[in-house]
Write a protein that binds this ligand. Structure first.
Ligand SMILES: *[C@@H]1O[C@H](CO)[C@@H](O)[C@H](O)[C@H]1NC(C)=O
Length: 333
């Protein structure tokens, strides 16, 4: 009798461990199940475990991969480790696009990682386009609270009908809500997931001041932990069966919790280095969806008086703290 209870106890313990472990984990898939080679022949290498890939930039070529399916909405994620040391001019991108299908009115949701000179950190940029709105860039740039070339970190995109959220290690860093006024500028057509590494010498680092130096090549970006939790769409008819999207696990977010919102605000306050909404050299009038926060404007103006100076809210005051304040502030979360 005792043994019987013991067996039952062990049995149910295993079930509980299994179920709770499962619900905490993201639905990670092997590379081959979700992605295909896009370009760069041997500069894409699938590791033996089948779950990780390396994409490499050398003097010959960059490399990239693309999802086998098109998706309308979902949660998409990868763990990425960026190349270390001198990476000026190198761009690693993890993004959604349908540019190959809709040349004139494509949609895009972008994570772009911009390399840097030695001793300076990678920066990360987010952006969206909708229905070919390439005349309105909606870029934001941030510093990170870790060195993204030291270890893998998770970068994720949540895309629903009315909301886009960018995450870094499950911390939301940017939220874009669809507004009436944005019209077609909010991405709305099925897109592929794409990851690339390429030579962005013309613009990536200080507007093209620092080029890729192939003395330090190969530049290798490592990708792992692929999540393609979305609504796959028929590429010909562009129809979808979005009701039977796979069962949601607890770990796939659907929005931003109050706790996460607090973290997002913290992140943006301390880490955001550029926002199109405040770029007065570019937009005399901020794009329609921008909600201008005077404190944010002042902080960015102190950080970069040329770009964010303008004349709209400028009272002739300069703030000498500026750059050091952003850089020294490493206590986050
Ligand atoms: C997208 O752009 C096309 C023109 O390129 C226009 O006809 C269409 O109405 C736009 N769609 C939306 C949703 O704005």
């Amino acid at each position: 009798m005792v043994n019987y209870h013991l067996v039952l106890f062990i049995f149910f313990s295993y079930i509980i461990i299994f179920v709770s472990g499962f619900s905490r984990n993201l639905p990670i898939i092997p590379f081959d199940e979700g992605y295909s080679h896009l370009f760069g022949d041997n500069n894409l290498m699938i590791l033996k475990d089948g779950k990780s890939v390396h994409i490499t930039l050398d003097e010959r070529t960059g490399a990239g991969f693309v999802s086998q399916d098109l998706y309308l909405h979902g949660y998409f994620s990868a763990s990425i480790k960026l190349p270390a040391d001198y990476t000026a001019g190198v761009v690693v991108a993890f993004y959604m696009s349908n540019g190959d299908m809709f040349e004139k009115n494509h949609d895009e949701i972008d994570f772009e990682f911009l390399g840097n000179i030695r001793g300076k950190d990678w920066r990360i940029q987010t952006n969206i386009y909708g229905n070919g709105s390439t005349n309105v860039g909606r870029e934001e740039r941030y510093g990170l609270w870790f060195d993204p070339s030291e270890d893998f970190h998770q970068y994720s995109i949540l895309w629903t009908e009315n909301l886009i959220v960018f995450y870094v290690d499950n911390v939301p860093i940017r939220e874009i809500k669809r507004t009436e006024a944005m019209g077609g500028d909010f991405p709305s057509k099925p897109m592929s997931l794409i990851a690339t590494i390429w030579d962005g010498s013309d613009w990536a680092t200080n507007g093209g001041k620092y080029k890729v130096n192939y003395k330090y090549a190969p530049y290798i970006a490592e990708f792992s932990d692929f999540v393609l939790h979305g609504c796959a769409v028929d590429p010909i008819e562009l129809s979808s069966k979005c009701d039977d999207i796979a069962p949601k696990t607890a770990s796939v977010p659907t929005g931003i919790s109050p706790d996460q919102r607090r973290k997002m605000e913290n992140f943006r306050k301390r880490r955001m280095q550029y926002s199109y909404c405040y770029d007065m050299t570019r937009y005399k009038v901020p794009p329609i969806e921008c909600v201008i926060d005077p404190k944010e404007a002042e902080r960015l103006r102190a950080f970069d008086p040329v770009t964010f100076g303008g004349s709209r809210h400028h009272h002739g005051k300069r703030h000498p703290r500026s750059r050091s304040r952003l850089k020294d502030d490493v206590s986050f979360i």
